[in-house]
Design a protein around this ligand. Sequence first.
Ligand SMILES: Cc1cc2nc3c(=O)[nH]c(=O)nc-3n(C[C@H](O)[C@H](O)[C@H](O)COP(=O)(O)OP(=O)(O)OC[C@H]3O[C@@H](n4cnc5c(N)ncnc54)[C@H](O)[C@@H]3O)c2cc1C
Ligand SMILES: *[C@@H]1O[C@H](CO)[C@@H](O)[C@H](O)[C@H]1NC(C)=O
Ligand SMILES: *[C@@H]1O[C@H](CO)[C@@H](O)[C@H](O)[C@H]1NC(C)=O
Ligand SMILES: *[C@@H]1O[C@H](CO)[C@@H](O)[C@H](O)[C@H]1NC(C)=O
Ligand SMILES: *[C@@H]1O[C@H](CO)[C@@H](O)[C@H](O)[C@H]1NC(C)=O
Length: 477
Amino acid sequence: EPHPHKILYYALWSLQKIIFGYNLFAYFPWQATMAGQLHQQLLLSRHYSRVFSVINSHIHTSSGLASKDHYKVLVLGGGSGGITMAARMKRKVGAENVAIVEPSEMHYYQPIWTLVGAGSKNVASSGRPTASVIPSGVTWVKSKVAELNPENNTVHTDSGKKISYDYLIVALGLELHYEKIKGLPEGFEHPKIGSNYSVETVEKTWNALKNFKEGNALFTFPNTPVKCAGAPQKIMYLSDAFLRKTGKRSKANIIYNTSLPVLFGVKKYADALWEIVKKRDLNVNLRHNLIEVRADKQEAVFENLDKPGETEVYKYDMIHVTPPMGPPAVLKGSSLDDEAGWLDVNKSTLQHKTYANVFGIGDCTNLPTSKTAAAVAAQSAVLDRTVSRILKKQTPDKTYDGYTSCPLVTSYNTVILAEFDYDGQPLETFPVDQSKESRVMYHMKADIMPHLYWHGLLKGLWGGPGPYRTIMHLGMK
Ligand SMILES: Cc1cc2nc3c(=O)[nH]c(=O)nc-3n(C[C@H](O)[C@H](O)[C@H](O)COP(=O)(O)OP(=O)(O)OC[C@H]3O[C@@H](n4cnc5c(N)ncnc54)[C@H](O)[C@@H]3O)c2cc1C
Ligand SMILES: *[C@@H]1O[C@H](CO)[C@@H](O)[C@H](O)[C@H]1NC(C)=O
Ligand SMILES: *[C@@H]1O[C@H](CO)[C@@H](O)[C@H](O)[C@H]1NC(C)=O
Ligand SMILES: *[C@@H]1O[C@H](CO)[C@@H](O)[C@H](O)[C@H]1NC(C)=O
Ligand SMILES: *[C@@H]1O[C@H](CO)[C@@H](O)[C@H](O)[C@H]1NC(C)=O
């Protein structure tokens, strides 16, 4: 068992690591060893508590056959948005009245895949069993939603079960469409190609980067909305840093061909990023969309969106593909979607525009903001309020401002923390200029955000930094 004084010591050690960005105690080997051992012990005890919580939730979570066929609140999808809303709804209506429909055995903290692709975290650290994140007492229906019937307040699962509800919360995320690029997904069987966007391909990125020798390193951005719009270029910055570290940068021609007309949607951060791109000699081409990968020949085909039909072929020694993305198939063509297939919600209240007892959160919605877990956090606080008002037959009063955030990792120890709203106006939490590369923000991303995710957001306790922003700015903003 760790002694209290050791815990205090560990806390101080972590704090200095966050503030100074490196391990001061490395100069005193006995202290470093002590901190190291303690780190191991804490990891171990966390491991036991995780195993325990799985067992615990298996006891408390009735899954599959035991589930009822009516719930007061039914949540579709057990990702970031689904779990946090289930935790919040459990507090409102009681665990026995809430169910989550989710087919997957594992729940992933996706933002950490950026660092997995760069080799600084492993993929196992990003996942936990779904059973351990479902709030205890809440029913887990382990299947896929196959049909939505909001006219009748029911859904059908792929195992043929019909479930009815009083209130429905849709949190189905989005779908990756590697198959829309000719030559994929089969192409992933070859080396030198990877994609951090899926748990199956993220480690391939790291292999491609490790084995890079010389030539073109290509990074792409598709012609569709994506989640975490910064991730496709974070990968490039980290690859650049890695190639410099290993002395291979002079042999690499790093190319970012994006279908967007800008480097980043918010001017303040785009300006800062253009500086970095220039300084590090990265080639950025706007309006260039990847349409085919010939993985056997290590060739990528791009289309120039300003001159339709015009294509160019590039040889690569490594390529990172950000796939086209789209709404969940089950939403598309149901009566809940908009013309593009996304869940059609009121952008202030997150209530469905047609069905008053249906709500949405996260990547599956048509909220005109950047799709991130940080946005999910801010949305969860608003949706919590909206649903409680509706439960009391009152009209919604809390308004979502579009808050979203994207930590743009620019190297192995720096981050530009972009935070903004619907209008693309910066909405920064800290009283510093966040468009400057910062080490403290890197540790926020790598060490603090994962804790905030597992212990704050998923427990329904973290509704985004809104309330703290005023405090941080000493009431001046
Ligand atoms: C590489 C990468 C980097 C990222 N970096 C960041 C970052 O730095 N900061 C940040 O804030 N965000 C980041 N994100 C984005 C963030 O992970 C997502 O925006 C967030 O997880 C969205 O939550 P969600 O609940 O809408 O969707 P998800 O968490 O994806 O959950 C959707 C769930 O629905 C389930 N589902 C799908 N179809 C069905 C069906 N038919 N029936 C039942 N269940 C179904 C899925 O299994 C899944 O569990 C990143 C994402 C990636 C991939
Ligand atoms: C993806 O892979 C690259 C390697 O090219 C890595 O540097 C990066 O950090 C990874 N992750 C993401 C999503 O950026
Ligand atoms: C709704 O229920 C009615 C009566 O049970 C049925 O006739 C109708 O087809 C159902 N509608 C949908 C869309 O399932
Ligand atoms: C992609 O990158 C290359 C190299 O920088 C650039 O010359 C080209 O115009 C880009 N777009 C296409 C269509 O290949
Ligand atoms: C969204 O909801 C609010 C509050 O109920 C309402 O005032 C507003 O008109 C709605 N907006 C749309 C586009 O329906």
